[in-house]
Design a protein around this ligand. Structure first.
Ligand code: ATP
Ligand code: MG
Ligand code: FE
Length: 332
């Protein structure tokens, strides 16, 4: 099958063409980061307007790079949620218009399922499989027993991992998006501050990042009052050490308890060097196969939506032309 994927849930306008759910023919992403940077975050109205402006350009580029024509496309997969409603609507309406005009089946894709399927470009999934989702809006451990089936093992009780990175970055006056900036600084710093680890009890697979965030604020505030100088690099390294230790330990414990054949990592924070290194080290030692997508497939893209859409298409799932954006669509 050849599936066209469309993704507009946040601030990247993305179109991709994927063969058999495993082979990327093209993957075009127009990022709006520069337009949102001066506001310190994503401005929904600006995001929607950019998507409208970019959609046809990105679509054309995806066809050019893939060197396929419309006759070869079996279906159109589009992110229906979660995300910003105005942003999602641009992708959903584009997909519906194309499905109607080109007489192609339409498939709705949940964005987090997309992040998970970004791993299938490297290797075929083997079940049961544990997925660690660490993105801008989600932090979850998901158990998959077969394609398209998801069970929630644990989730964040407050902030998502990416959100925590972005908030701490703001406190350090770093530009948006903060995750990559903290990652870069952390490499140059040392763990000189002992920030708390949110274990939430021995048995828990849930996460919490708001206490850590407050600890960072307090530390900066107190140091300021005492005239003590803290290096941003060390704050970043210490914050990251706490996040990485908890994410890695809980994922490893869950992988053992559920006796999974594979562990996959998904979402923007999977691009984090500290997290990638620690996961690789620990899973290597435990001899449990670990998959992490290449950097470009960690953050939002349409190849992952086409990949998840391929499974849905093969399972016979179809959306009608009444498909609507659902800003709070859940995976499970
Ligand atoms: P969701 O997927 O939950 O709907 P989203 O699509 O906004 O949210 P993603 O695109 O998956 O999120 O990821 C963006 C997040 O990843 C941002 O919070 C960003 O700071 C973070 N991020 C990106 N690169 C890194 C990195 N190297 N280290 C840490 N965080 C990172
Ligand atoms: Mg984004
Ligand atoms: Fe995302």
């Amino acid at each position: 099958n050849i599936i066209l994927g469309i993704e507009t849930s946040c601030d990247e306008t993305a179109v991709a063409i994927v063969k058999n759910g495993t082979n990327i023919l093209s993957n075009v992403v127009a990022s709006q980061i520069e337009s949102h940077k001066r506001f310190g975050g994503v401005v929904p109205e600006i995001a929607s307007r950019h998507h409208v402006e970019q959609m046809t350009v990105v679509l054309e580029e995806a066809f050019n790079q893939a060197e396929v024509d419309w006759e070869e496309i079996d279906a159109i997969a589009v992110t229906e949620g979660p995300g910003l409603v105005g942003a999602l609507l641009v992708g959903v309406n584009a997909a519906k218009a194309l499905a109607f005009a080109k007489r192609k089946p339409l498939v709705g894709v949940q964005h987090i399922a997309g992040h998970i399927y970004a791993n299938r470009f490297q290797q075929e999934f083997e079940f049961p499989l544990l997925a660690l989702i660490v993105s801008g809006g989600h932090t979850e451990l998901i158990l998959m027993k077969e394609h398209g089936s998801f069970e929630l093992i644990g989730e964040t009780l407050d902030d998502a991992a990416g959100e925590a990175y972005d908030k701490v970055a703001r406190m350090l006056d770093l530009p948006y998006p903060g995750g990559p900036e903290i990652d870069r600084l952390a490499e140059q710093g040392e763990e000189t501050i002992d920030f708390p680890r949110a274990w939430l009890g021995e048995e828990s697979y849930d996460f919490s990042f708001s206490g850590l965030k407050s600890a960072v604020i307090n530390k900066i505030h107190n140091a300021g009052q005492r005239g003590e100088v803290l290096k941003k690099e060390d704050i970043a390294a210490s914050f990251q050490a706490s996040v990485v230790e908890v994410l890695t330990a809980k994922t490893l414990r869950a992988a053992k308890e559920y006796n999974v054949k594979q562990v996959i990592v998904a979402g923007g924070v999977a691009a984090n060097k500290g997290l990638r290194n620690e996961l690789q080290k620990q899973f290597n030692e435990a001899q449990i196969p670990l998959l992490i997508p290449p950097l470009a497939l960690c953050t939002d893209n349409a190849a992952m939506i086409a990949a998840a859409g391929t499974i849905a298409y093969q399972q016979g799932k179809r959306a009608g032309l009444d498909l609507n954006a659902n800003p709070s669509l859940e995976l499970i």
